[in-house]
Design a binder for this molecule. Structure first.
Ligand code: BDR
Ligand code: CA
Length: 308
């Protein structure tokens, strides 16, 4: 599995969950702009790997900006530099490889042809560029699982649009059109929270415990009240849980498109839930999740770092 990621507090939890599992072979992280500028998300990805002593995982730095629209970030939510907590200063051990993220995705897809799962948990610029470099990418990937969109519910940046799709709508449109993704959107991730009592078990005298605490509490009180949830949504970790255990999600096939030609609808995932277009399905959308299963899986993964 390869993660295209913009850490990001929920990305950080997703990365730890993926790395903890013996049944997921993480071949690398490609970094995207999104929660912060790509220089910052790349530094955060490296710091996360150093924190948990996984400097064996290669990091490939990605595009600095969306394909067409201007860069936007979410440092107001995730913290200055795109992540909360005191992370170690990255060292040469995690220096980004000399290959662009898009090229890295292509190379890994070719090397593991038919076997690679791409978990795209950030704006889709790198994935769209990878498709431009390698038109056979759809055949080379085993599966593409995307955190993005709000097919049947409200967005989180605009009423219609979720952050990853809003940030690079043109990339999202291309990926949805050509790569048959499994979409894990806000419909199911908005309530992908971890049990508040998990915080009690996190050691305060341990850097990993302290970082996880910061990542799990990245929503302020206003945001929790707005969404009516007790703790922050760990959107991206639901993608990892679903890859590790497909029973975590219920999905249905639909015809999907992403709006690019309207400011009002920028990045909106248009899901033909009633077959109104007569167009064939070109992707799947998660419609429900088994949250107990999700929580068990993520909590068990995180515990491995706390009680090795
Ligand atoms: C998505 O946007 C980012 O802020 C999160 O990391 C997640 O990937 C949620 O809308
Ligand atoms: Ca993310």
């Amino acid at each position: 599995m390869l993660l295209d990621t913009d850490p990001g507090c929920d990305d950080a939890v997703a990365i730890l969950a993926a790395l903890a599992r013996d049944d997921l072979d993480v071949v690398g992280l490609s970094t995207a702009h999104g929660n912060a500028a790509v220089d910052d998300t790349t530094a955060n990805a490296r710091a996360i790997l150093e924190l948990v002593d996984r400097t064996d995982i290669p990091v490939a730095k990605g595009a600095t900006r969306p394909l067409t629209v201007d860069l936007r970030t979410s440092t107001d939510i995730h913290g200055p530099g795109g992540i909360r907590g005191d992370l170690p200063e990255p060292t040469a051990a995690t220096a980004p490889i000399d290959t662009h993220a898009a090229q890295f995705i292509v190379e890994q897809a070719r090397e593991h042809a038919g076997d690679l799962t791409l978990a795209a948990i950030a704006p889709l610029t790198n994935v769209a560029l990878a498709l431009a470099l390698e038109p056979d990418l759809p055949d080379l990937l085993d599966e593409l699982v995307v955190m993005g969109g709000a097919a049947f519910s409200q967005g989180n940046v605009t009423p219609l649009s979720e952050a990853n799709f809003h940030t690079d709508p043109h990339a999202a449109a291309r990926v949805v059109q050509d790569l048959s993704p499994t979409i894990v959107g806000l419909d199911v991730t908005r309530t992908a929270t971890l049990p508040p009592n998990l915080l009690d078990s996190l050691p305060r005298d341990d850097p990993i415990g302290r970082s996880i605490r910061e990542w799990l509490t990245y929503y302020d009180a206003d945001r929790l009240a707005k969404y009516g949830i007790e703790s922050a949504a760990i959107h991206d970790a639901l993608v990892i849980a679903a890859i590790a255990d497909p029973a975590v999600l219920e999905t249905n096939a639909y015809h999907l498109e992403v709006a690019t030609d309207s400011d009002l609808a920028r990045g909106a995932l248009v899901c033909d839930g009633q077959g109104l277009t007569d167009a064939p399905p070109n992707g799947s959308v998660a419609t429900d999740a088994d949250y107990d299963r999700f929580r068990d899986l993520v909590v068990n993964s995180l515990e491995q770092y706390l009680h090795p």
